[in-house]
Design a protein around this ligand. Structure first.
Ligand SMILES: [Zn+2]
Length: 83
């Protein structure tokens, strides 16, 4: 079964993970969890694909927070965060 508590903890790290800002040990933890959790895998894949659409060619031009929060709202990540 899916560990819901673990999901909630990891979802808050997903944007950092996609940005490549997550410490390696947390990356490993997140990837391990995703291998067992379809829900988080879908969230990461969807977020990553959507961010790719917005990504500028320069690596030091991060995704605006406004777009991130819109993505989060669309993916219902706020449900995870606020519960
Ligand atoms: Zn999960």
């Amino acid at each position: 079964m899916t560990d819901i508590c673990n999901c909630k903890g990891l979802v808050s790290s997903i944007s950092e993970y996609i940005d490549g800002e997550l410490p390696p040990e947390l990356c490993a933890e997140l990837e391990k969890h995703m291998s067992e959790c379809e829900n988080c895998t879908i969230v990461v894949n969807t977020l990553r694909k959507t961010i790719d659409l917005y990504k500028q060619p320069t690596p030091d031009n991060p995704l605006p927070d406004e777009i991130k929060s819109r993505l989060y709202a669309r993916l219902h990540l706020e449900d995870y965060m606020n519960k």
